[in-house]
Design a protein around this ligand. Structure first.
Ligand code: BTN
Length: 308
């Protein structure tokens, strides 16, 4: 967010501050203060102006300025009410040389899932892509997908929804004895074997979405459907980005927290891999994101595949 506007919000968050005091604090003219206040009102912030001055009375439910306000992570937010795909937009930004940007949307009109599937993204969700440039080899990138799953599962649990993670990248919740999908993650990257140029981690969260708006065969649900009330999308998005930023920088922490939330570990699994099916008990996760499966005869480390 514009730095002066952020300072205006912090200054008036705890009660009224007069125009002249605000101008002095910020080192700008009273006319400039008024312009910033108007710009913030246009972005949905409720700012009252009484005898004692300006006071912050409400923050928008969602949007770029809303998420940027109070966000404790070093990302710039590019917000769209609607966009074809936040991943596609983040890739464009990557081609322009950008980094540490989050593309965020209320609705996607051409959301993409894994294996070229369509990802339904009606208004009310949290559809976002984080673009960053880590100094790691290509082979290390699966850990960022795990970090995203951990970040969303932690935020869901903080919001009262007992989310679990299914390897490699689904965040699910149990409804009437069946696991239903809350979140999908699509990680894309470019670079050379020994060094990544950029990574885009796309996270699709069925937040305040009516499950009836999702395809009936998708086995999906939403945070609001599970809770019976809408979630605070602003706070939820902030928590996801903050956790992704801190945990993502520490692979051991990612694996530890992933194990805590995993529904896959301890279960019998069948994994469809390019080399054929692997069946056995999922016993652990290994850096950078491989599942360790005990087939009864040996322990196999599976780097990628679809897991039943
Ligand atoms: C999956 O198939 O499970 C992955 C779905 C990933 C969807 C997200 S929504 C935000 C970002 N933009 C996209 O077009 N896809 C990802």
């Amino acid at each position: 967010m514009h730095e002066t506007r952020e300072r205006v919000l912090s200054a008036i968050a705890d009660g009224p501050v007069s125009g002249p005091d605000l101008a002095a604090q910020l080192g700008v003219s009273r006319a400039a203060v008024w312009k910033h206040v108007e710009a913030l009102r246009e972005r949905g912030f409720t700012i009252t102006s009484g005898d004692e001055g300006y006071a912050l009375d409400g923050v928008p439910e969602f949007g770029g300025s809303a998420v940027a306000y109070g966000l404790d992570a070093p990302f710039e937010i590019e917000y769209h009410d609607a966009v074809p795909s936040t991943n596609a937009r983040a890739r464009e930004l990557a081609d322009e040389g950008a980094s540490d940007v989050v593309v965020l949307a209320d609705e996607q009109t051409g959301g993409r899932g894994r294996l070229d599937r369509t990802w339904h993204s009606p208004s009310g969700g949290i559809w976002l892509s984080v673009l960053f440039r880590p100094d790691v080899p290509m082979a290390a990138t699966p850990v960022f997908t795990l970090a995203a799953a951990v970040a969303v599962a932690r935020a869901a649990r903080e919001a009262g929804v007992e989310a679990v993670i299914k390897w490699p990248n689904d965040v699910l919740v149990e409804v009437d004895g069946e696991e239903r999908k809350l979140v999908g993650i699509l990680t894309e990257m470019e670079g050379e074997a020994d060094r990544v140029s950029w990574v885009v981690v796309g996270i699709g969260i069925n937040a305040n979405v009516d499950p009836a708006a999702l395809p009936s065969d998708a086995g999906a649900t939403s945070l609001s459907a599970v809770k019976g009330a809408p979630v605070d999308r602003r706070r939820f998005t902030q928590r996801v980005l903050e956790t992704f930023d801190t945990v993502g920088a520490d692979p051991e922490a990612v694996l530890d927290e992933w194990r805590e939330y995993a529904s896959t570990l301890g279960r019998r699994v069948r994994i469809d891999t390019p080399g054929g099916d692997i069946t056995g008990e999922a016993v652990d996760i290994e850096y950078p994101g491989s599942l360790v499966v005990d087939t009864g005869e040996e322990r196999v480390t599976v780097a990628a595949g679809d897991c039943d």
